[in-house]
Write a protein that binds this ligand. Structure first.
Ligand SMILES: [Zn+2]
Length: 320
């Protein structure tokens, strides 16, 4: 055997040993807690099913609260019906229906035009809805899903600092409410995001799907510099994300060490979400099982409770 080969073998053995050491272990107390902890699902869309479909899947999975985003599909249950069935358990996000409507009517350009009729109508009623808690904030606002949308005809990228999103921030700031944004990590997006975070300190900004294409160093910098940013973890598990590189955890492999470190460094700033919608409406149970088995058992018990529901209770001011 030549020296070259020996060096290669030594490298492979050593580096897999290093990897094995870094692989996080489950925590005994958390394994038990993971099975029963209540969940707040902060990325729960309504879909083309009955209200009872949503209520039953929440009940089945001990999901106590759901919302943070808006409707998907052609004929989902109305917000009023969801609120009648779920009461304070449903924390509705404004603007997603309007965003979708404008996008299909006027294309991506329409999304930055605050004079689009749907937005004018929305901004007329938003104050009252937020004031009376018929809505809790704005979301899911798809600003840039160019490389992170499951469906091709839904992709777009618009500049984040635009009159429509800015109006949402102005309104949300008055009510200390939230905006949940689907965006990808690039320099222009991040610069605009930082500007909003500083300009509107009373708005809780939630970044969907843990900021697709964002490195952990970037997430930690943002968390460090801005107390009003949060990340939600829908599509970071393997159930709805088949790209291994984009996953934070899976039942099979557990949580990635680099993600676990971020979660334990900033335990107050991460939340979980389902994001089940067409064609994955039936995967709600699998997604929740993914969190309970692939992520929660690796978190410290206090962190586990925060990520599962306590952070959401604080951010969305949820009540029993
Ligand atoms: Zn979504």
């Amino acid at each position: 055997m030549c020296l070259h080969k020996l060096v290669l073998i030594a490298f492979v053995v050593l580096s897999s040993a290093a990897q094995a050491q870094e692989k996080p272990n489950k925590i005994q107390e958390s394994i038990e807690l993971a099975k029963t902890v209540p969940i707040a699902d902060v990325h729960m869309h309504t879909v083309d099913r009955l209200t009872s479909f949503h209520k039953e899947q929440m009940d089945r999975n001990n999901v106590k609260w759901g919302g943070g985003v808006g409707p998907t599909g052609k004929n989902p249950p109305s917000t009023q019906d969801m609120q009648a069935a779920l009461g304070n358990r449903y924390f509705f996000g404004l603007g997603q229906a309007e965003f979708t409507q404008v996008f299909f009517a006027a294309g991506a350009d329409g999304l930055t035009n605050a004079n689009s009729k749907s937005f004018v109508d929305l901004f007329k009623v938003a104050d009252n809805l937020l004031e009376t808690r018929q809505a809790y904030g704005f979301g899911e606002i798809h600003v840039d899903n160019n490389n992170s949308s499951p469906s091709n005809n839904f992709r777009r990228k618009v500049t984040l600092d635009n009159p429509v999103v800015r109006t949402m921030y102005e309104i949300a700031n008055k009510h200390s409410s939230f905006i949940q944004i689907h965006m990808e990590a690039d320099d222009a997006n991040i610069a605009a995001l930082k500007k909003y975070l500083s300009e509107f300190p009373k708005v809780s900004t939630i970044i969907s799907h843990g900021l697709p294409y964002g490195k952990q160093t970037l997430l930690r910098d943002l968390l460090d510099q801005h107390p009003n940013i949060y990340f939600e973890l829908s599509r970071k598990g393997a159930v709805l994300n088949e790209k291994e590189a984009g996953q934070a955890f899976s039942i099979r492999h557990g949580v990635k060490d680099i993600w676990l470190k971020s979660l334990e460094m900033y335990p107050d700033r991460f939340m979980i979400g389902s994001d089940t919608h067409y064609p994955d409406e039936s995967k709600y149970d699998d997604v929740m099982t993914g969190f309970r088995n692939g992520l929660f058992p690796y978190l410290q018990p206090e962190t586990l409770k925060k990520v599962a529901y306590q952070n959401a209770v604080k951010v969305f001011r949820l009540t029993e």
